[in-house]
Ligand binder design. Structure first.
Ligand code: NAD
Length: 331
């Protein structure tokens, strides 16, 4: 199985490195030439523990090669993964420009490809995007989905800072499939990749898989805002400590200890943008998601709450010298 990857950011490059380390032949393509150049010299353009060693090995063993020709990437592989960014538009909805550009390149390569090819979208996208992507590929390539090419939506759940471990040992694999043949092929690939450590796998429709990603992120973010809400109450109760309350709550197996740490709220590249994209998507369908709205609202208020706390302790903050510990996104 020869693999190609469009988009060598946190998700794509980690996937490329782990696949190459597993013995797969991987061809990477990124529109950012500077980034591609760095990677082809064995360097990682961002910080991710353990990734530099894997990339060094992958490049020197030639299991990972880079190309500046998107057509070559598709023509010389059996499966193409799309891992391009889906940033936030000013109205909060997901910007699919990079996905559309990748589809254009893949579609035009498919028009010249004789063999069956599987396209796997891993970028986080709103429900309905994959089915539209299949139509776009058919239009550009003149080929028929299911017959000449397959399509899966396969969400990524890795955490930055733990990306290599999360890629090698994910909790689950979700495959949204256009048809059985596409799903069979991707499942077969994952069985080879994970072999005896194969995680639980769920095969479903494209739309379910797309929504699973957003729902999972919304639920995790909701846990963070929930414990921050309880923290505000604890601040007003003598002898109450949110850390102890969170520990007691998290010991319940139905709830779990993860994401119950009170603090300044969630940040990073995914939770805020994905929650806003989910709200924007639901709005288009005239559906309100009050829990998601409250999750974002609590999160936006949380840094101000920290300032109020500082003012309560120190008085007017003007002219005070303030040290901030743990400034990094992830300590
Ligand atoms: N970073 C995370 O922790 C994480 C976790 C889970 C899911 N995701 C999702 O995965 C997707 C990718 O995230 P990321 O953090 O890797 O993004 P990123 O911005 O770090 O990387 C995306 C890469 O795609 C490249 N690119 C853009 N258009 C391209 C094209 N047409 N062809 C080839 N390359 C192209 C960019 O140059 C960039 O290097 C997003 O949808 C994100 O929401 C990210």
């Amino acid at each position: 199985m020869r693999l190609s990857i469009f988009g060598l950011g946190h998700v794509g490059l980690t996937l490329a490195a782990c696949l190459a380390d597993n013995g797969f032949q991987v061809l990477g393509y990124d529109v950012d030439e500077k980034k591609s150049h760095m990677i082809s010299n064995g360097r990682v353009p961002f910080h991710e523990p353990g990734l530099d060693i894997l990339i060094g090995k992958a490049i020197s063993s030639k299991r990972l090669c880079l190309t500046s020709d998107p057509e070559e990437a598709v023509l010389s592989s059996d499966i193409t993964f799309i891992t391009v960014g889906t940033p936030e538009k000013p109205d909060g909805s997901a910007d699919l420009t990079y996905v559309d550009e990748a589809l254009k390149s893949i579609g035009s390569a498919l028009s010249r490809k004789k063999d069956y090819h599987l396209v796997v979208l891993r970028s986080t996208v709103p429900p309905g995007t994959s089915r539209e992507a299949v139509k776009a590929l058919e239009k550009i390539s003149g080929k028929k989905g299911e017959e000449n090419f397959g399509f899966c939506f396969n969400p990524e759940f890795l955490r930055e800072g733990n990306a290599v471990q999360d890629t090698l040992y994910p909790d689950r694999i979700i495959i949204g499939e256009l048809d059985k043949k596409s799903g069979d092929l991707l499942e077969d690939f994952y069985k080879r990749f994970h072999s005896s450590k194969m995680p639980p796998l769920l095969r479903t429709t494209l739309e379910n898989a797309e929504l699973i990603k957003y729902a999972a992120n919304a639920f995790l973010a909701m846990k963070v805002s929930f414990i921050n809400m309880i923290a505000r109450l604890c601040e007003r109760i003598p002898h109450a400590d949110v850390e102890v309350v969170a520990k007691g709550v998290g010991l319940d197996k139905r709830i779990g200890a993860y994401f119950l740490k009170a603090g300044l709220g969630f940040g990073g590249s995914c939770f805020p943008k994905d929650l806003k994209a989910l709200l924007a998507y639901a709005k288009r369908l005239n559906v309100r998601l009050p829990l998601v709205e409250a999750t974002l609202q609590i999160n936006e208020d949380q840094p101000l709450r920290a300032m109020q706390l500082a003012e309560e302790l120190l008085g007017d903050l003007k002219g005070k010298r303030i040290a901030i510990l743990g400034l990094a996104f992830k300590p």
